[in-house]
Design a protein around this ligand. Structure first.
Ligand SMILES: [Zn+2]
Length: 311
């Protein structure tokens, strides 16, 4: 038996994906196959820019110590200009107003950094490695506190002229409807979101639970009024899907986010309603499915976006 010499060559490159939320920042080292190898999280500082940047760069440095990071991708809950790369505004993180976050972090960390809207990076992750594998035209919705959206058109992430698209959650479906956080009224997000579910629950239930999770629990126990809340929310989700199907003729609408723990309780009325309203041949082609990467789609998508920009 001869001796064998083993030569390790590092040809893998790793990317760091960061998902900034209103309460926590999650990060993960991701390989080319979209696998998360190591992850971490810290609380989000919302009103002190210096502290926000120093905690975020501290988190990233921690990963840089253990593995070589090729590039960092960051999903930000707000509007990021694709021309200037500046974060213009972030409703839930007020300190992120007109901040050149990419330049600031790249300078401190000596690694390429790219930012993108959080709903867009989640869509990209789901497209590459989740429910959207094999699709060419895909819509991804994130039903959480609000209703996030991301479009993959012809295999590419679409973000409009200045990087601010899509804001499908702020499509108006009732001109005199509920007031929305965006300043308008009757946006689909005022109904199809955790916030919307709570308001609907207060309208329909004598003793409405304090959170949308508790409304879901009540529905699971068979509470009639709580079931009606999900039926109605699902119907509006279906109207949203019908509009998207008619607009884009997509291969797939994948839906993720915390509220989707309710699964078929929302998806079944949504599919029924979309079938009633969308053009038949377009509806028949479009799968309406639950995301498979939630809650990691953002971290994976952000890392892969950084990879793609680097290569
Ligand atoms: Zn709105």
């Amino acid at each position: 038996m001869g001796s064998t010499a083993t030569c390790y060559i590092q040809w893998f490159m790793y990317y760091l994906g960061v998902d900034i939320g209103g309460t926590a920042i999650k990060a993960g080292v991701v390989d080319d196959a979209g696998r998360i190898l190591e992850s971490g999280r810290i609380p989000t500082v919302t009103n002190d820019l210096g502290a926000f940047i120093s905690t975020l760069s501290g988190l990233i440095r921690g990963f840089q110590k253990s593995v070589q990071i090729g590039a960092v991708g960051i999903g930000v809950p707000g509007l990021r200009s694709s021309r200037t790369h500046i974060i213009e505004t972030s409703p839930n993180i007020p300190c992120l107003t007109k901040v050149p976050l990419e330049a600031e972090l790249a300078n401190q960390l000596q690694v390429p950094v790219i930012t993108q809207n959080d709903a867009n990076v989640a869509a990209y992750g789901e497209f590459l490695f989740g429910a959207g594998r094999g699709a060419r035209h895909m819509v991804h919705l994130t039903v959480g506190t609000g209703l996030g959206s991301g479009f993959i058109l012809d295999g590419k992430l679409f973000d409009g002229a200045l990087g601010y698209a899509p804001e499908f959650g702020h499509t108006v479906i009732d001109p005199d409807g509920r007031p929305c956080a965006c300043g308008s009224r009757g946006c689909i997000e005022t109904i199809v979101s955790a916030t919307g579910i709570l308001i609907t629950a207060r309208e329909k239930m004598a003793n409405a639970p304090p959170t949308s999770d508790a409304v879901f629990e009540a529905a699971r126990r068979g509470d009639r009024a709580a079931l009606e809340v999900f039926e109605e929310t699902g119907r509006y989700l279906g109207i949203a899907c019908a509009n998207l199907i008619n607009l884009f003729n997509p291969d797939m609408i994948a839906i993720g986010g915390g509220v989707m723990a309710s699964g078929d309780m929302l998806l079944e009325p949504a599919r029924r309603e979309a079938r009633r309203r969308a053009f038949g041949p377009s509806f028949d082609h479009c799968a309406i499915v639950q995301s498979t990467l939630w809650p990691e789609a953002g971290v994976i998508g952000a890392a892969m976006l950084a990879r793609d920009r680097l290569n």
